[in-house]
Design a protein around this ligand. Structure first.
Ligand code: AMP
Length: 427
């Protein structure tokens, strides 16, 4: 058969990719920053399966959302269970949280994940059928300070990657009762423009009218411009929560703008919602977003616990880094590259390489026989710091030349003492 990856998917490769964002060195770099920053904020990692019972997402994200109704990969297994590939991170984390009775273990939980997500979307730049998200969930705290800790984490993460041109937009969706009142007002307003709405939005008008607020359709956008604002429907309590979020953001000097059109696509959000976008990207500018979900845990039959989290797309973050020509650390290279010219020399080289690795020294053996010039080229392209060639002469005279690949300087050494010398140099 023809070797071909399914549409909308991509490999993350060590080399050989025309598109630089698919090179694994960027991914490893981003992941290392994620592990570092989350630990500094006191978050611990959680890993949940790639698929769950479809019900987890149907109930969590909501069947009227695009993610569930249009984009979810749903399948039946051999036991006739209805399963779905994970389209977003929060539902699986909360399923695990409830199943493992985490709320009995501690009052506050700060969790993070790095995981692939699957959505059947029309593939285009910045939109794939498998993408990867770094996400966090803080469960157990209603204090608006936690909303801002989460935003601060995402903001500092993006700053640490040296991303410029970032915009933070925030909004509040209030609680269930504010939202119900707002929905009625919104439906009332939009119904007067029903015939001018896009066909998608006409369907959404009954099913999920809030989603019309973030429609990308130009005509919809014009209509939405004059729509009532959710902020006028907030209860005293949710308004006070929102004001505190704004005040804490100001206290730690994170610039933001309030955008009452930010609703996020998922049903579980209430109170604070936010999005961070970058001006480095073309059409798909959103790097990440999140918000509060204070009723989610009830879905899994446990007591209602407040929660707040975000998810951000690693593909888009790498693309933004590349678009801005931001320098990233270069991947590590071998310290020493060994070329053995014939069988006896290769055996010697092989055992030296193995010994060096026992000392945690990155050492590489050349694996193609024949031409020395080709082997030297391979040594060069490995970006190794040093190179050693061992042949019959070296074995009989017990001397080798240790070549510095950058300066091209050569040092003559006794073959016997090579391992110790390299160990000293590595230190
Ligand atoms: P969402 O939960 O839809 O807001 O997604 C969170 C983040 O994941 C977005 O801000 C994007 O950075 C990223 N993302 C979402 N869908 C895709 C996709 N189909 N392809 C690539 N990245 C995506």
């Amino acid at each position: 058969m023809k070797a071909q990856i399914p549409k909308g998917l991509f490999d993350i490769l060590p080399y050989g990719s025309k598109e630089k964002w698919r090179l694994v060195s960027y991914w490893q770099y981003i992941e290392s920053v994620i592990h570092e920053i989350t630990s500094q904020f006191g978050f611990v990692e959680i890993r949940t399966p790639v698929f769950e019972l479809a019900e987890v997402f149907n109930r969590g994200v909501g069947t009227s959302s695009d993610i569930v109704s249009k984009e979810m990969y749903v399948f039946q297994d051999k036991g006739n269970r209805c399963l779905a590939l994970r389209p977003e991170g929060t539902s699986g984390v909360l399923r695990a949280f409830a199943e493992k009775n985490f709320s009995q273990l501690a009052k506050v939980h700060k969790l993070y994940y790095i995981a692939p997500m699957f959505r059947y979307e029309r593939p285009q730049a910045g939109r794939y059928r498998q993408h990867h998200q770094f996400g966090v969930e803080a469960i157990g705290v209603l204090d608006p300070m936690m909303d801002v800790e989460i935003i601060d984490l995402l903001w500092q993460f993006l700053q640490r990657l040296d991303l410029k041109g970032l915009t933070l937009e925030i909004n509040s969706l209030g609680d269930v009762s504010c939202r119900e009142k707002y929905k009625l007002a919104l439906i009332h307003y939009l119904s007067t423009h029903k015939n001018s709405l896009s066909s998608d939005s006409q369907v959404r008008l009954q099913k999920n009218p809030l989603r019309i607020l973030d429609s990308k359709d130009p005509q919809d956008k014009e209509i939405v411009e004059k729509a009532p604002s959710i902020l006028d429907f907030l209860s005293d309590e949710t308004l006070s929560h929102f004001k505190k979020v704004c005040a804490y953001l100001e206290a730690i000097e994170i610039p933001y703008c309030v955008n009452p059109k930010i609703v996020r696509g998922l049903d579980y959000y209430n109170r604070t919602v936010f999005e961070i976008s970058s001006n480095a990207l073309g059409a798909q500018t959103a790097l990440g977003g999140g918000g509060r979900y204070d009723n989610f845990t009830q879905i899994f039959g446990i007591e209602p616990l407040p929660g707040v989290g975000f998810g951000c797309g690693i593909e888009r973050i790498i693309q933004a880094i590349l678009a801005q020509n931001t320098a990233v650390p270069t991947p590590s290279h071998p310290f020493i590259y060994f070329i053995g010219l014939e069988e006896k020399s290769r055996n010697k080289a092989f055992s030296i390489v193995s010994t060096l690795r026992k000392h945690h020294i990155p050492a590489v053996m050349d694996f193609k026989e024949k031409k020395l010039s080709h082997a030297l080229q391979r040594a060069h392209s490995s970006s190794s710091t040093y190179c050693v060639v061992i042949g019959e002469d070296e074995l009989t005279t017990n001397t080798i030349k240790l070549k510095n690949m950058k300066s091209r300087e050569e040092k003559t050494l006794a073959l016997d003492s090579l391992v110790n010398t390299i160990i000293q140099m590595w230190k």
